[in-house]
Design a protein around this ligand. Structure first.
Ligand code: NAP
Length: 247
């Protein structure tokens, strides 16, 4: 028996990286998982196949969560199929790194829309059934760089800091319905997002991590599952999973 047997979960950005690991870990613990992706259908299908090979159920949910209509329709599709949503993991995210002197309006707006506004769209859609159920677990993936400065990431840092602030207010407002809202804040994690950082910069970053290595997507997923399965009295909080890179 998994720790989340029979629970229904949606993970945004679950075709790759951290979202993929979260979807797999939730399925391993017994969840029926909605696997959201934007472009990479083939990879999302691989995640779905892996979930099915565990004997678990899942649903592919193509949607651009940065679009409010698509984000809300995605949650609706899952509810039409299963009638319940217990766990919403807002994980989808992008970077458009540039120093402020070079950052365009588009760089700024795309990152805020995808990383922050989408969390609002998906949370407000997911909370409706959770209020009716008087139960819900909303877990938002922020970042160490929402807490500390990173060169070239004014847009990303603002979006991730915004997630932390949003989470606290959502936790306050939704507590009376049995809904908890928390953040997992990864440090540098081995995914496609990190691979965009030049190798030389990666080496400099690694040298500053007290535990001496980058995080694994599975290590972020464990924190998410902890909050979903064992975090009944935890709300409005954040778990930093960063190897000590920011204390
Ligand atoms: P990743 O490997 O680049 O994967 C990003 C995922 O998000 C993909 O599944 C992608 O879907 C999806 N996505 C992007 N835009 C989307 C949209 N508009 N609608 C729906 N899905 C969308 O990223 P990652 O490293 O796993 O990061 C996951 C989360 O962790 C992000 O919020 C990121 O900011 C955060 N984080 C990452 C690190 C790190 O070092 N990797 C550190 C701290 C925080 P497609 O495959 O279809 O494009």
């Amino acid at each position: 028996m998994g720790r989340l047997e029979g629970k229904y979960a949606i993970v945004t950005g679950a075709s790759r990286g951290i979202g993929r690991a979260i979807a797999l870990e939730l399925a391993r613990e017994g969840c029926i998982v909605g696997v959201n992706y934007q472009h990479n259908q083939a990879l999302a299908e691989e995640v779905a196949a892996e979930i099915k090979s565990m004997g678990r159920e899942c649903m592919l949910l193509q949607a651009n969560v940065a679009d409010p209509t698509e984000a809300r329709a995605m949650v609706r599709r899952f509810l039409d199929a299963y009638g319940r949503l217990d766990i919403m993991v807002n994980n989808a995210g992008i970077t458009r790194d540039r120093s402020l002197r070079k950052m365009t309006d588009e760089d700024w707006l795309q990152v805020i829309q995808t990383n922050l506004n989408a969390v609002f769209f998906c949370t407000t859609a997911a909370m409706q059934p959770m209020i009716e159920q008087q139960y819900g677990r909303i877990i938002n993936i922020s970042s160490m760089n929402g807490q500390t400065a990173a060169f070239g990431q004014a847009n990303y840092g603002a979006s991730k800091g915004g997630i932390i602030a949003f989470t606290k207010t959502a936790a306050l407002e939704l507590a009376k319905y049995g809904i908890t809202v928390n953040v997992v804040a990864p440090g540098f994690t081995l995914t496609d997002m990190l691979s965009k950082v030049p190798e030389e910069v990666q080496n400099q970053i690694k040298a500053r991590i007290p535990l001496g290595r980058f995080g694994l997507p599975e290590e972020m997923a464990k924190a998410v599952v902890f909050l979903a399965a064992d975090g009944d009295y935890i709300t409005g909080q954040q778990i930093n999973v960063n190897g000590g890179a920011y204390m």
